[in-house]
Design a protein around this ligand. Sequence first.
Ligand SMILES: [Zn+2]
Length: 429
Amino acid sequence: MLLIRGAHVVDPQVGLDAVRDVVVEGERIAEVAESVQVPVGAEVIDGTGKYLVPGLVDIHVHFRDPGYEYKETIETGSAAAAVGGFTDVATMPNTDPVVDTGEGIHYQIAKGDACGLVHVRPIGACTKGEKGEQLAEIGDMAHEGACMFSDDGHGVQSAGMLRTVMDYVRQFDRVVACHCEVDSLSNHGQVNEGRASTRLGLAGWPAAGEEVEIGRDIDLCRLTGCALHICHISTARGAELVRAAKAEGLPVTAEVCPHHLFLDETALDETYDTNLKMNPPLRTPEDAAALREALVDGTIDCVVTDHAPHAPFEKEREFEAAPFGVVGLETSLPLVLTNLVATSKMSWSRLVEAMCVAPRRIARLEPVRVEEGSVADLTLVDPAYAFDVTPELFAGKESNSAFLGAHLTGRATDTLVAGRHVLRDTKLA
Ligand SMILES: [Zn+2]
């Protein structure tokens, strides 16, 4: 038994934003009260000055397993998640082989369970091999526990193919998560088309290469009635399209990554830092400001990392040869706390919506609430914990972070998964 004493509990689902004592017994929350007697034999954790929230969820990570285990495995990725305060992660299917069958889903769930760290929730591919040509085994994958469907890594280029996917996925009450990219427009682009591409002499990836497909996919959502989730939105116009779709009442949701919120193309300079190379690319300062606003006002539903580990030998190449992607699990919460919550731009309640409540809803996971009887997937956060982002912070295999060197304030100190301590006082248990 565990007593978390005197933490400030924030859970908008139960209208809680106050100091409480929380007792965990076995896998579940046994009691939430203003003050409880220490149960006999209970371990007591002092929550004074800390915040207790439902476990964080990241519905967009790449754990590289199977096929690219040299970059990350389900075990090392899960460790990175626990350190970041996450109790649940949804893994993208662009592994080798691509997760496009029930067997692939089963493999990741079993491996996640065997690690005994966080809940691993696999996402199934929309099309076989993510090639965009034939429907993947969607029914089989839904049956095995796929939480969403996505061909992340690229857009489904054929509108007709995506329509078929959406018609099919709709029957299983799942969401299709779209990486929106028109290949013929992004066309080997390295950085945002405009200032960055001109200044650095690199091929440009225009905002329209993303926005055209966001618009198309919203049209297909309207046509099919299938829930649509827009992945890693990076432009102001993209957020505007989502805002209009929501106003129309369409089942559209969207996510944004910390690097698109807190960095922009002006960070790219003559050093050609490949840790600033991601897909979609860093956009303009105006785009980043619009994304922050859209996250705070709820147009963008949730924060995800697009955690994409790459080995040093891959990132330590010239910019054009390096792969896209950065890690993010260990720094996501600290970045949001430092840049939005500590500056009073975002409330704790909105943070919990965006990092705990909405992602569970989108991925069709059972809600977790800070109330008696709920599964004890919980994150304890120290908002005053100040630290520098150094390679030692990273518990995953790689440290290809866009935020190396940043000074951040606030992080998860404890992560509880089904009542088990997987992170204890900032150390993996
Ligand atoms: Zn993507």
